[in-house]
Design a protein around this ligand. Structure first.
Ligand code: ADP
Length: 317
């Protein structure tokens, strides 16, 4: 029906090379790596062989060009990435603590990423799209609501579908506005891709089963729950459910696992695979991503995933 399109922040990530807390003294860094949840997601769609495009904005600097060139090389339609002359590309500095918690310093809202709006090239991309993927992380950018509104209406009118990863950064959105937005988006979502806490927050429930029932009743067709080191679960209509244990891997860098997981599940389903097969491949995609340093460096092709599944055991294998 047309490409999978997403909207949101593109940035570079620069990582501390040592484990510890924060950036209160000079230290060794590695990067820049191409990043931004929507960028990782759409790159993984292209790696799976899906047609893919992104609406975003970067500065006219090396950080912006690094991202555009990477996405272009991997097969993503970059025609709707605007280049903003007077603002730098967004960036995130990250350091891992010993327990895996991440400390961030972000420059997104005041960077070129904050300038996303409905351009002519964005309109052209949306009018060809068969699917729109919504990222909660992008809600902090003012122009994104207008672009999403147009994208959802246009894609639905053409008989296309919508997926939603509610990775909302609570500190960037006030609670009341967050609730209204969530309800509006869930009402148009076909595939929901939350992680544990996000499932409960999306439904406004405290119990997993009640949250699943409520969201399916609200019109969501499929819920795929990400459980980190505990794997993932699929919930569909008529009580359909599948669980997939996690693959056992050495986690080097967890950033991007959920995005690779979601992009793989969605692309497999759009290619006509059954939910169980899509879930297994998505699980492999998330696990494979965490074994590589850099948010977008662990993206996988279908052949990579099949080889990984053959070579790797799962928790209860
Ligand atoms: P998010 O990044 O959105 O919080 P998760 O951390 O749950 O998402 O990761 C998405 C998926 O990637 C998980 O459901 C799981 O299948 C896989 N995954 C993530 N971390 C690991 C890990 N340490 N070991 C094995 N699989 C993992």
């Amino acid at each position: 029906l047309g490409p999978t399109v997403t909207v949101g922040e593109i940035l570079v990530e620069i990582m501390a090379t040592t484990v510890g807390s924060g950036f209160l003294e000079p230290q060794s860094l590695i990067g820049p790596y191409p990043s931004g949840a929507p960028a990782i997601f759409i790159d993984q769609v292209a790696w799976m062989g899906g047609s893919a495009g992104i609406i975003a904005s970067v500065g006219s600097d090396d950080f912006g060009m690094l991202n555009i060139e990477r996405l272009r090389r991997d097969g993503v339609d970059v025609s709707a990435i605007s280049i903003i002359d007077d603002k730098p590309t967004g960036s995130a500095f990250v350091r891992y603590r010993p327990d895996g918690v991440r400390d961030f310093v972000f420059n997104i809202a005041h960077s070129a990423a904050g300038d996303i709006r409905m351009t002519e090239t964005a309109r052209t991309l949306v009018e060809r799209a068969g699917h729109v993927h919504i990222m909660g992380s992008a809600f902090a950018i003012p122009g994104v609501a207008e672009v999403l509104d147009y994208a959802i209406k246009t894609v639905k009118r053409r008989g296309g579908s919508v997926s939603f990863d509610p990775n909302i950064r609570k500190e960037l959105l006030d609670a009341e506005r967050g609730r209204t937005l969530l309800d509006e988006i869930i009402a148009v979502t076909d595939l929901l891709l939350p992680s544990g806490e996000e499932l409960l927050a999306a439904a406004g429930e405290t119990d997993e089963a009640a949250a699943v029932t409520k969201l399916l009743d609200a019109g969501v067709n499929e819920i795929v729950l990400k459980r980190g080191r505990d794997g993932s679960s699929f919930f569909g209509r008529d009580g359909k459910r599948a669980d997939c244990p996690a693959f056992i891997v050495d986690e080097v860098d967890p950033t991007g696992a959920g995005d690779c997981f979601g992009a793989t599940y969605l692309t497999c389903r759009r290619m006509g695979m059954e939910p169980e097969r899509a879930l297994l491949l998505a699980n492999a995609s998330g696990a494979r991503n965490v074994t590589r340093q850099g948010p977008m460096e662990g993206v996988s092709s279908l052949a990579n995933l099949e080889a990984f599944i053959t070579a790797t055991t799962t928790e209860n294998a």
